[in-house]
Ligand binder design. Structure first.
Ligand SMILES: [Zn+2]
Length: 165
């Protein structure tokens, strides 16, 4: 059985539950969108769940942010398909959904109230976009990527024998 995760925003206007096979918060993203919208320490952590199990209370308070992403030189800007859902009352970042991967939902670990398992190792990604004052804490066995990591969240959990069946 996948694990049921309960989450909420800070003010409590939005509460949600979802099922997850992949609850380890191991993937630290240092991109500017994550840092600015959800990562005061310099990064945000997404986990992954099954989109059609998402149940929401307080949907009225939800708003969606779609980031505009440009090339490194500032050209070729496009609005991301990724929908970053947040609470309009307290601004808590809640989850990311993209219609390109309709079966997946990516809650921010910071919004989850259910105690999450501590990952044995971590993956640090988008280090190319890290800001100067952030010094990643790299432990033995951690992986580092300038952009996207090699393994998906599912592949990482299966590789480490941590996929929750
Ligand atoms: Zn709220």
């Amino acid at each position: 059985m996948p694990i049921t995760l309960e989450g909420s925003c800070h003010c409590g206007a939005v509460r949600f539950t979802l099922e997850s096979h992949t609850p380890h918060p191991y993937q630290l993203c240092y991109c500017s969108i994550c840092r600015k919208t959800a990562g005061g320490g310099g990064f945000a952590i997404n986990i992954m769940g099954v989109a059609n199990t998402l149940s929401i209370r307080g949907r009225k308070a939800l708003r969606i942010y779609r980031a505009v992403i440009c090339d490194d030189d500032g050209g070729n800007c496009e609005t991301s398909t990724g929908e970053r859902n947040f609470c309009s009352k307290c601004a808590s970042a809640l989850w990311m959904f993209s219609p390109e991967w309709p079966e997946l939902i990516h809650p921010f670990a910071s919004a989850i109230d259910t105690p999450l398992p501590t990952p044995p190792v971590r993956t640090h990604l988008m280090l190319k976009y890290k800001t100067s004052w952030v010094e990643p804490v790299i432990h033995k066995g951690d992986l580092q990527f300038q952009e996207y990591p090699e393994r998906s969240i599912e592949s990482w959990h299966r590789h480490h024998g941590l996929w929750v069946t």
